[in-house]
Write a protein that binds this ligand. Structure first.
Ligand SMILES: [Zn+2]
Length: 424
């Protein structure tokens, strides 16, 4: 190949990987559903890559940007998955689908997930992916991340790979200072008191939360038992994730979570959808089939035939326990955020955010609250502007039907907008 031809090919390559500077996008005649103030309005929405510019009552004369008529459609803010592991999908019988954060971030956009919080993976890979994305060099849903998982030596997370461990208050301070220097979006801590693996003690958990507060970073505590929730409340954690496995959250404990303004990311679908994936038509949904490899979906169908009556009974009892926790959390008005724990069995990247909202409604939340849990409330937790007002992110989902009428309509995706760019 001669040098001119090579230079020409390299030049084409350069152009194709350079970020496209998004112009203005005007969405006309849609119905705007804003979960931040539960408002419904028919206005035109003007966006560019920096965010929502304005809501307009009339189309500006001589508008030169891209215009899309969305008459009869509904607009919601882009969804955020508050708890994921963006390596891919884990299915039954070792039928995993390894994608890595780059591909996962592109796939979930098609589910309307325009951002996610990765709560532990390969620290260097997550750091590098986020750095390239922030520089506009790679596309995909916005990545927020704890980078690492702070746990006891030999504690939960360490079985999945390299992580940071804490055996003294000094170590807690050092790790959190290092993660702060790498601009971790949140700090993830693990408490598993009474579990089979070593747990961070309440003293080390509190030292870690104190240090994160000094650094101005919010904390999310992975919990396993009721004792872990007490430890997280005593430490002053901002959020807990998962529901306890030893017993349901009581009405009294739910009230204490609310009084201490502890947010809960229950990952309810992760704990209950394994059963639904096997014994219902959930995975026959068009969105699920679009997002996951056929072998993952077939794997769940095969796993159903392998399940014994005892296992089915145990799954049913576990599900009842999780829904009892949810009943008390909803009654106490605890702020709930949608997180999937995708990457685990019983979840699909992107799809499970919709399942989590559906299960929140089944637990007693209104459709507005369920929608907020994956949109405006999630952004508020991350310190981002929320809703569909000027200044909020230009990341949206355009739906064929209203999710306020039926939350399952969040799956009826007409188009996704990420940073003012139409995705599909
Ligand atoms: Zn997790």
């Amino acid at each position: 190949m001669n040098l001119i031809k090579l230079a020409f090919l390299l030049c084409i390559y350069c152009v194709s990987v350079l970020p496209v500077v998004a112009g203005q996008l005007l969405l006309t005649n849609g119905t705007l559903l804003d979960p931040s103030d539960q408002s419904i309005s028919k206005q035109h929405l003007l966006l560019d890559e920096t965010g929502i510019i304005a809501r307009l009552d009339s189309v500006p004369a001589n508008f030169a940007g891209q215009q899309l008529d969305i008459s009869g459609k509904f607009v919601i803010p882009g969804l955020i998955d508050m708890h994921t592991h963006a390596f891919g999908n884990r299915g039954p019988n070792a039928q995993s689908e390894i994608m890595g954060p780059g591909t996962t971030a592109q796939v979930v956009l098609h589910a309307g997930v325009t951002g996610f919080v990765d709560l532990f993976g390969n620290e260097e890979q997550l750091f590098e992916h986020r750095r390239l994305q922030q520089q506009g060099l790679i596309a995909g849903a916005d990545i927020y991340t704890s980078l690492s998982c702070l746990t006891a030596p030999g504690g939960h997370c360490s079985q999945f790979g390299k992580t940071r461990t804490i055996a003294s208050e000094d170590e807690a301070k050092q790790h959190i200072a290092e993660l702060a220097a790498k601009q971790a979006d949140v700090i993830k801590l693990v408490s598993t008191i009474g579990g089979s693996l070593p747990s961070l003690s309440p003293v080390f958990l509190k030292a870690s939360v104190d240090e994160a507060k000094k650094q101005g970073i919010k904390t999310i505590v992975h919990i396993h038992t009721l004792a872990d929730i007490d430890s997280a409340i005593a430490a002053g954690a901002d959020a807990i994730t998962h529901l306890p496995d030893d017993a349901a959250i009581t009405a009294e404990l739910a009230q204490r979570l609310a009084a201490n303004k502890v947010v809960v990311i229950p990952t309810l679908a992760c704990d209950t959808d394994e059963y639904e994936f096997m014994f219902s038509d959930v995975l026959q949904s068009a969105l699920a089939k679009q997002l996951a490899a056929p072998r993952i979906i077939q794997g769940y169908q095969k796993a159903a035939s392998d399940m014994t009556p005892e296992q089915k009974q145990q799954a049913k009892q576990r599900t009842e326990k999780y829904y009892l926790s949810m009943k008390h959390l909803v009654a106490a008005d605890v702020l709930l955020l949608s997180g999937t724990d995708a990457g685990n069995y019983g979840t699909l990247q992107g799809f499970t955010v919709h399942r989590e909202m559906e299960k929140f409604v089944a637990s007693g939340l209104t459709t507005w609250q369920a929608l907020a849990s994956a949109t405006s409330a999630a952004r508020q937790f991350l310190g981002k502007p929320a809703g569909l007002q000027a200044g909020a992110e230009a990341s949206l989902v355009i739906l064929d039907s209203s999710p306020i009428e039926d939350i399952r309509n969040s799956q009826k995706i007409f188009a996704v907008v990420h940073k003012a760019k139409l995705i599909n």
